[in-house]
Design a protein around this ligand. Structure first.
Ligand code: ATP
Ligand code: MG
Length: 427
């Protein structure tokens, strides 16, 4: 690369063909499974009004505080690149009356696409990354929590990822959350001298966030603090226990984890993360929970909801370490042509074969290169079946093929013979 060449922006990465296969593999599984659960897709804008996220996610959260890509548009409006999907989905379902029309409509939606956060780029953390998310609207009973968790597990199972563990917790209702935040504040205030400046600020603004701190200076303290589930109201405690019983009954393993507090304001009751410890400190691959008051707080009706978002880049990292055979490692047939510049016979043949065999891939080698260099690159792609067109072939409209069965020697075929041969093998 020349030193003065323009480079991509820090934290934004190109996805090259060598990685695309992982994305496609994951995307197919995601869309197939969403379909199995009768979930409809929403495709939403990448840019929204900044206030949408400020109001829903909460002022004292990492996303709103420091990670949002805010801009003033040419017409003076504050807009931003979406940092997450849930608030956009909620905006959309209210705007299009998808979940309430003179009564509650139960709906399930999924989305897939890029999110943008201005955070410190590092392994598993990019400024543009992809999320697959699911949102269930109108469902309040624990069976919807259960189904969503099953769905997440189904995706990981289908991907062949065996070491992802479900961590679960309950935040209770608004009052429970407030009460517990009070307990946490009191606890940490009593040991204030042990906290660093960042933690003191968190203690002030969003004390529950101290619970998912990975810093060593408060590790021991976190083990002594009473758990959130101890403080829950009877209603939330019962609800949570019903869900755990259902998970037990169905055989889904989980870890009760008091560090799952979720950074965003809108969550209540069930919250969970799926983690794979092999990823190091950015080990959450999926996170979600209930957000029963968000639709109403965003200007809609009182519609309970639950959802999750999966981070695709972290899943790609995991997929790279397992043995998978990719569908798209399909049969590519090279077509070598050594024709005069004025001839288009090779292109015509490739075109008609592409129409006849839509699932096959044909790769025309560089016809301006020598026969030996074209043969070399053709063999790299496919060492069992190669099509070759020479000036001799043009004269009698024939085709030369080299097949393994024939020890890759030249075999001259008519067009009909080629079709017959290919129909037998690939038709
Ligand atoms: P973290 O604690 O890792 O910052 P988060 O709570 O900010 O996660 P969510 O907003 O819940 O993450 O997003 C859901 C998932 O999206 C995460 O579990 C993770 O897999 C992925 N994700 C979040 N931020 C990034 C990022 N900057 N780069 C890559 N993936 C990300
Ligand atoms: Mg984050």
């Amino acid at each position: 690369m020349k030193t003065n060449a323009i480079q991509s922006i820090k934290g934004f990465k190109d996805i090259l063909p060598s990685e695309i296969k992982y994305y496609k593999y994951i995307e197919k599984i995601i869309f197939d499974i969403s379909n199995q659960y009768a979930i409809n897709e929403l495709r939403l804008p990448f840019i929204e009004k900044s206030e949408l996220f400020m109001k829903s996610i909460g002022d004292n959260t990492d996303i709103v505080n420091k990670e949002m890509y805010n801009f003033i548009d040419k017409n003076g409006e504050s807009i931003c690149l979406r940092p997450e999907g849930t608030a956009s989905v909620v905006r959309s379902v209210i705007e299009h009356n998808l979940v309430y029309d003179r009564g509650l409509k139960k709906q399930k939606y999924m989305y897939y696409g890029p999110m943008f956060r201005h955070e410190k780029p590092q392994k598993g953390r990019y400024r543009q990354f992809n999320q697959f998310g699911i949102e269930y609207f109108g469902f309040s009973d624990t069976n919807s929590d259960l189904e969503l968790i099953i769905l997440g597990g189904h995706v990981f199972d289908k991907l062949g990822l065996k070491n992802i563990k479900l961590h679960i917790n309950s935040l209770g209702d608004k009052n429970d959350k407030k009460k517990y935040a009070g307990i946490v504040t009191k606890f940490f205030t009593s040991i204030k001298s042990k906290l660093d400046d960042y933690q003191l600020n968190t203690l002030n603004k969003n004390p529950l966030r101290l619970l998912d701190s990975k810093k060593d200076n408060i590790k021991d303290i976190l083990e002594q603090i009473p758990t959130m589930t101890d403080t829950l109201s009877n209603e939330s405690k019962t609800r949570f226990n019903i869900l755990l019983d259902k998970l037990d009954a169905i055989g889904i393993d989980y870890i009760l984890d008091n560090s799952i507090v979720r950074g965003l304001d809108y969550y209540n009751d069930t919250v969970f993360e799926w983690r794979d410890m092999s990823l190091g400190s950015q080990n959450a691959v999926c996170a979600g929970g209930r957000y029963d008051s968000l639709v109403q707080n965003t200007g809609g009706n009182d519609v309970p909801a639950i959802g999750f978002a999966m981070g695709i880049e972290r899943i790609v990292e995991l997929i790279k370490n397992i043995d998978i055979s990719f569908d798209e490692q399909q049969f590519v047939i090279p077509i070598i042509s050594t024709l005069a510049e004025t001839e288009s016979y090779g292109v015509e043949l490739a075109t008609s074969l592409r129409h006849r065999y839509p699932y096959l891939s044909f790769y025309a080698t560089d016809s301006s290169a020598s026969l030996s260099s074209q043969t070399k690159s053709a063999l790299k792609i496919n060492d069992t079946f190669i099509i070759l067109i020479t000036n001799e072939n043009i004269k009698d409209k024939s085709i030369t093929v080299r097949m393994k069965e024939n020890k890759m020697n030249d075999t001259i075929l008519t067009n009909d013979e080629l079709i017959k041969l290919m129909d037998k093998s690939y038709g």
